[in-house]
Write a protein that binds this ligand. Structure first.
Ligand SMILES: Nc1ncnc2c1ncn2[C@@H]1O[C@H](COP(=O)(O)OP(=O)(O)OP(=O)(O)O)[C@@H](O)[C@H]1O
Ligand SMILES: [Mg+2]
Length: 581
């Protein structure tokens, strides 16, 4: 075939292939347009999973009748006019492609009225032909109606799933967008049944109630709130407690300057933030909002704008990593992230409301608890409920594995090995960190054959590697010699650690690999040195372990991420035994 210029409708259909995959992608584009138009309320109506109909109405700025055909023209946008604008773009859209792409694969009707105008107009498009504008009746704002998606593109239609599945995708997309903008109200209906109507959420409480409505009430209950700002970067959000991690990474939401993204760099930074407290193969839940100067991030890196390029990727990565790591250090009994592992199912099926007038009154029970904890095991520290330590006082060792402790308002169980392991691990780490010079010179340098590029990179980052404990010299174009190593890593396969670290630096601009490897080994040492099961501990020893736990960062989980303690409150015990108060 000779070279020829493609027909316009075909160009649009090809463009549609990049961004319009299924009804959920249409929902994303239309809702993003509504947000860009400054809408305060957005209504989304879906029929038959969005294959039959997807309608988005907003109360935003609207368009004049004359603009309507332009909105459907390829590469027509009101959002940028120059390369300069593109570099600082703050709107979600800027390509001027979404509406023409959708119109090329579906039937589209667009009705709009600018806020200040007295009359509305509408256009429709089918098979690439635009009809209108003609007068219409519409309140200030815009409605876009998309019908029969892919009805003329059987190849794409084949890939659509059952209506219920397509609706699940739409729901997931609307959920993410509703999480991205608490200041906008969202209403979603499927087959004329309302799924949710979310009012504007102004303060943190209202935001948490929206999150609860969309992601379930446990999400917030089992999360820590974080908010941190540094050098032009701001991170706010909710991060799931390690003890409530999930089998799948299906509760991870990330927004950068209000845009939902799936950015590898940021996901990796969050993973690193959890690395020390997460049980292998589990995934934390998180909902994170990063804001930074739009000039510092390139959003034009992916057709669906899901991936980003940061100007200073390293600074962003470290900021996110450190913010999470710092927040998670409070996962110790008595700390902000103290929620212990749940006693699964213990209280399931027991009614909240119990008949009153059975058993002890509240005051009596409180006094009883205080008296008991004072007596427990003849412990010297006298306990009054208000000043009592979060883990209370050891009462007994059970089956040679668990410590049973009594607190002012319940009981606590501690896995003594797991707890001791974390305490030792944190001590070893701080010893390793404080001795900045905790390096050991190798008798015979380890020679590593690598590439010219990696050898050059190692020299550029020589100081940084040395700070992490690796002193490296280049002894040939592609040959490195490791002269000093962190003491903990002596005798390990240090060449592999160096190669991995260089690969990280190449990809992410920095590396945590050496520290990670070092921590792995320290964790193993801690595990081997921690008290073994069946060693009998005295009450004094048990109490000192409990106090150590309260002081130790991250002691809510062992160095492998397993939980170290759990608790049952008196109120829960009362429910369990149906003791009314
Ligand atoms: N809901 C709306 N309210 C007001 N104006 C709208 C609305 N939807 C679209 N427009 C106008 O139509 C233009 C084209 O929309 P379209 O989604 O095709 O492109 P875009 O949003 O500029 O860029 P992108 O292709 O990246 O989404 C927009 O630039 C905007 O001016
Ligand atoms: Mg758009």
């Amino acid at each position: 075939m000779p070279i020829q210029i493609l027909a316009d409708p075909l160009i649009d259909q090809i463009a549609a292939g990049e961004v319009i995959e299924r009804p959920a992608s249409v929902a994303k584009e239309l809702i993003e347009n509504a947000l860009d138009a400054g809408a305060r309320r957005i209504w989304i109506d879906v029929e038959r999973g969005g294959i039959e109909l997807l309608r988005v109405r907003d109360d935003g700025a609207g368009m004049s009748p004359g603009e309507l055909p332009l909105a459907l023209a390829r590469h027509a946008t009101s959002k940028i006019a120059s390369l300069d604008d593109l570099e600082r773009v703050a709107t979600l859209g800027f390509r001027g492609e979404a509406l023409p792409s959708i119109a090329s694969v579906a039937r589209l009707r667009l009705a709009s009225r600018p806020a200040a105008a007295s009359a509305a107009g509408e256009v429709d498009a089918a098979e690439g032909r635009i009809r209108g504008p003609r007068p219409a009746s519409h309140p200030p704002g815009t409605t876009v109606e998309v019908r029969e998606l892919f009805h003329k593109v059987p190849a794409r239609r084949k890939f659509l799933r059952a209506e219920a599945t397509e609706f699940q995708h739409v729901l997931r997309t609307v959920t993410r967008l509703a999480l991205s903008r608490f200041d906008v109200a969202f209403t979603l209906a499927h087959n004329r049944r309302e799924q949710f109507a979310l009012p504007v959420a102004a303060g943190r409480l209202e935001q948490e109630s929206r999150i609860g409505r969309l992601l379930g009430a446990e999400f917030v209950a089992n999360s820590l709130h974080v908010a941190h700002e540094h050098a032009g970067l701001r991170l706010e959000g909710w991060i799931g407690l390690p003890s409530r991690a999930r089998a799948q990474p299906d509760r991870q939401y990330l927004f950068v300057n209000g845009r939902m993204v799936r950015d590898r760099l940021l996901v990796n930074a969050a993973r690193l933030g959890y690395q020390d407290v997460m049980y292998g193969g589990r995934h934390p839940a998180w909902l994170l909002y990063l804001s930074l100067d739009p000039m510092q991030v390139d959003v034009n890196a992916h057709p669906q704008k899901l991936e980003l390029r940061f100007r200073d990727a390293r600074a962003v990565h470290d900021f996110v990593f450190r913010t999470l790591q710092h927040a998670l250090a409070t996962t110790r009994p008595g700390g902000a992230g103290a929620a212990p592992a749940p006693l699964a199912g213990l209280l399931r099926g027991i009614p909240d409301q119990l008949p009153r007038g059975l058993g002890l009154g509240e005051a009596e029970a409180g006094a009883y608890a205080a008296q008991q904890s004072g007596d427990a095991g003849g412990v010297s520290e006298a306990a009054s409920p208000s000043t009592e330590a979060p883990l209370g006082h050891a009462v007994a060792q059970l089956h040679g594995i668990y410590i049973l402790a009594q607190t002012a308002d319940g009981i606590v169980l501690v896995d003594m090995h797991a707890a001791h392991e974390r305490i030792l691990y944190e001590r070893l780490k701080s010893a390793a960190d404080s001795g900045n010079a905790a390096r050991q010179a190798l008798l015979v340098p380890a020679v590593v054959e690598t590439t010219d590029a990696d050898a050059a990179l190692a020299m550029q980052r020589r100081d940084e590697l040395a700070a992490a404990g690796l002193v490296v010299d280049r002894i040939g174009p592609a040959t490195l010699a490791i002269r000093e190593v962190p003491i903990v890593l002596a005798g390990q396969d240090i060449a592999a650690v160096l190669c991995d670290a260089l690969a990280d630096i190449g990809l992410e601009g920095g590396t945590h690999r050496i520290a990670e490897r070092q921590n792995e080994l320290l964790a193993n040492i801690a595990c081997r040195s921690a008290v073994r099961a069946h060693r009998t501990l005295s009450i004094v020893e048990m109490n000192s372990l409990l106090r150590d736990m309260e002081r130790t960062e991250r002691s809510g989980q062992c160095s492998h991420g397993r939980p170290t303690w759990t608790r049952v409150t008196l109120a829960e015990l009362d429910r369990l035994f149906m003791r009314g108060r």
